[in-house]
Every structure is written in structure tokens, then in C-alpha cells.
Design a protein around this ligand. Structure first.
Ligand SMILES: Cc1ncc(COP(=O)(O)O)c(C=O)c1O
Length: 399
């Protein structure tokens, strides 16, 4: 957790607030990078985790909670016919890709420029590009940092149906799975357009590839995940973040015939992990999710609109145009004259100005992401919009 100019060291959190070692209190609009839907110290989650500790911290055999949380997830996302748990989202993606390869007998993965799927090696590619790919194109992926080998991954332009067609036109019979982030969680919350998703599903179906929806942040956006908003049924799904009440737990799943490659085939694909399906995390996750129903999603969406509107208002007062992206309980401020619906447009936003604004907000008790995203939690109230808006006004008046 290191980032410029330097992070503050936290002492504790309570509800929507974080306190640092010097006793400064912040409105927490990060929420552990979207994983805390109830903020800090949610009573029912804490009680459930405590009960888990008392029952024994790691039991080395399945627990009832494993089936209960899987059932709760399937109620929300019917595409999850079969569910497996992992400790992190990155691990969930790793297994989902392997099972897709086992099911199709193919190797290549198609991902999108600007999409973040954690640290799985075949997906740490083309996440934060310096220049955007030309429209309508796809090419073999470029590792995003030193220390990574080339992979069989392909990268195409996000929100670009022609780029999807180009990838399948060139490598159609080699692609095992298309990995789709329904909104670019690390790049301006750019949200998938319906024609782009149509192209993904049509091309994948036509060429015998699977579609994997990475709902690791999407579970926070809608009760049934973003797939319920878009009206699509992916073959594979990864889930994480809010499903665990703040503990290390994620999952993957999907079509039973595809997931069967983990167990029922002559050459089964093994899944292992010492801390997989931690009973404490499962209990905490069940408690957190059971306290987050349709009406809570709707309340947070309304609150999000309030934060977004106040952001636009304060930047306009300072003579600047911003466009807000967002889904569910998250909003992203783009300091940009035009709306941001592509990575190319995102690269034209004024990131240097945002970094200065963010630091100003931090010094006034507002904790927001370096990348420009704000993430809400259920303890937040209407009055927090004013606290945020007044701080933003003060920062912008000095710029
Ligand atoms: C969309 C998405 N996929 C995967 C991951 C990786 O999850 P984890 O950090 O639990 O490995 C993240 C984490 O931020 C994410 O946002």
C-alpha cells in the first residue's frame, strides 16, 4: 500500500470513518478498494467473524457456511450454477482461466485494454497503457511491467465491437475465453456499452469460446451483479471484494458442464489452497451480504448520484468541466471536456490536476483513490455529501 506522495498510516476505522496515527479522521471513500460495503467494524460482520474464531480458525474440511454462501451467491447470480471459493480474486481468475482452457482445449485468453483482473500472470497485461490502441484493433498482449513473460493473451480495445471482431477474425479458433470487466474499475469506471457486449457474446458463441464476466467489483454495483443490469448470462463468473465482509475470500463458478472439469473428468483439474474457504471469512461474508439487499443498493445509488452532482457543481463553480462515470455505489471524476467512454478519452483527462485535488481533499479529511474514484458504504449519509462538497469547494478555490 505505497503510493505518492506517501500514504498515511491508519490506526482504526469505524463506520464511514478512518482515523490515522495522529488522530486525524477521514471520510473513507476508498473502503479497502471497494471491498467494504458496510465500512469499518460492521457489527453483524464482526459478530459472525468472532463466532467463526471461537468455532476454530481453520478446520481443514468443508463447513456448512461454504454451501450457504455459495447458495446466496447463486440466488443473486443464477449464472453461478456451480461455485468454488478461493482466497483472492486473482486466484479466482487463475482457476477460471484454467477451467476454460480445460473445457475448450484451447490456450489463448482475450482481454481488454485498461482492464484489471488482479495479479494472475496472463492478465497482468495492458492495464495502464501510455497510449491507446488504435480503434478497431487487437494484438498480442504486452506485459504491464518488468518481470513478466510474454503470454498467449490477446488484448483488444474496450467498448469497441470492431476490435472484438478483429481478435476473433485473427485468432478465432485459438481463443479459450474472453475475460470481460463490465466496467473498468481501475480506469475511470468506463462502463461496457451494449453493442460491445453483444459483440463479445456473439463472437465468442460463433467461435466456440467461453465468456468470463469478472464481477469482483461488479457485485457491489447491483444485487445480481452487473450481468443482471446488462441482461447477459456468462459461462464463467468471478466474484470477490464485498462477498467476504473484509476478509480474504473470493470465488469463481458458472456453467456446471464447464466447472465439471474440476472434478468429474478422467483428467480432473485440481484446485488446492491451504486457506481456501476460510470459515471465518465465509461467516463474515454471509453476515455482510445478508445485510445488503436490493433497497440498500438503491439507497447507495441515490447517494452516489448526490456525490456525483456535487462534484460537477463544485468543479463548475471553479470554472472547470468534469464528467462523472459510475455504477452502483461508485463514482469517478474525469477532469475532461468530454465524457469518458474509452481508454483513449481517459488518457486525455487531467490526471495531474486530480492528484493535486486528491491531496487537498485528504488534507481536509476526505480519503479518495489516487485514480479518481470514490466508493460508498452503507453507514454514509446525505450529510456526508455536504462534508465532501465543502472540502472540494475549499480545495478548488485555491487552485
Ligand atoms: C475486477 C477485478 N478483478 C480481480 C481483482 C483481483 O482481486 P484480488 O485483489 O482479491 O486478488 C480485482 C482487485 O481489485 C478487481 O478489481
Amino acid at each position: 500500500m505505497a503510493y505518492p506522495p506517501y500514504p498515511f498510516y491508519a490506526s482504526h476505522g469505524e463506520g464511514a470513518r478512518l482515523t490515522d496515527l495522529d488522530g486525524n479522521v477521514y471520510l473513507d471513500l476508498i473502503n479497502n478498494y471497494t471491498s467494504l460495503i458496510h465500512g469499518h467494524g460492521h457489527a453483524r460482520t464482526a459478530e459472525a467473524a468472532r463466532a467463526g474464531l471461537i468455532a476454530g480458525q481453520a478446520l481443514g474440511t468443508p463447513t456448512v457456511e461454504e454451501a450457504e454462501l455459495a447458495r446466496e451467491l447463486r440466488r443473486r447470480l443464477p449464472a453461478l450454477e456451480t461455485v468454488r471459493f478461493t482466497s483472492t480474486g486473482s486466484e479466482a481468475l487463475q482457476y477460471a482461466i484454467r477451467v476454460a482452457r480445460a473445457a475448450t482445449g484451447r490456450k489463448r485468453v482475450l482481454k481488454f485494454e485498461g482492464a484489471y483482473h488482479g495479479s494472475e500472470v496472463s492478465l497482468v497485461q495492458d492495464i495502464w497503457p501510455r497510449t491507446a490502441l488504435p480503434p478497431g484493433t487487437a494484438r498480442p498482449a504486452l506485459p504491464s511491467s518488468a518481470g513478466l513473460d510474454d503470454t498467449s493473451t490477446l488484448t483488444a480495445v474496450y467498448n469497441d465491437a470492431a476490435a472484438v471482431a478483429s481478435a476473433f477474425g485473427q485468432w478465432g479458433d485459438e481463443i479459450a475465453v474472453v475475460v470481460v470487466e463490465p466496467f473498468l474499475g481501475n480506469n475511470a469506471l468506463i462502463t461496457a456499452t451494449p453493442d460491445f457486449l453483444d459483440a463479445v457474446f456473439e463472437q465468442a458463441r460463433a467461435h466456440g469460446a467461453l465468456v468470463l464476466f469478472d464481477e469482483i467489483q461488479g457485485l457491489r454495483a447491483a444485487y445480481g451483479g452487473t450481468q443482471s443490469v446488462f441482461g447477459v448470462t456468462p459461462d464463467l463468473v468471478t466474484v470477490g471484494k464485498i462477498l467476504s465482509g473484509g476478509f480474504a475470500l473470493a470465488g469463481f463458478g458458472g456453467r456446471s458442464d464447464v466447472m465439471a472439469h474440476l472434478a468429474d473428468t478422467g483428467d480432473p483439474m485440481p484446485q488446492s489452497g491451504t486457506f481456501t474457504a476460510s470459515p471465518i471469512a465465509l461467516r463474515a461474508g454471509l453476515a455482510a451480504l445478508s445485510d445488503f439487499g436490493e433497497e440498500d443498493y438503491s439507497r447507495l445509488r441515490t447517494l452516489r448520484d448526490g456525490f456525483a452532482a456535487r462534484s460537477v457543481e463544485e468543479f463548475a463553480r471553479a470554472g472547470m468541466t468534469v464528467h462523472i462515470n459510475g455504477m452502483g455505489s461508485m463514482f469517478h471524476i474525469n477532469i475532461n471536456e468530454e465524457p469518458v467512454g474509452s481508454v483513449a478519452q481517459h488518457l486525455r483527462s487531467d490526471h495531474a490536476l486530480w492528484i493535486a485535488v486528491r491531496l487537498g481533499l485528504l488534507n481536509r479529511g476526505i480519503n479518495m483513490m489516487l485514480r479518481g474514484t470514490g466508493c460508498l458504504s452503507t453507514p454514509m449519509k446525505e450529510s456526508d455529501i455536504d462534508i465532501y462538497g465543502d472540502a472540494l469547494r475549499d480545495v478548488l478555490s485555491g487552485i
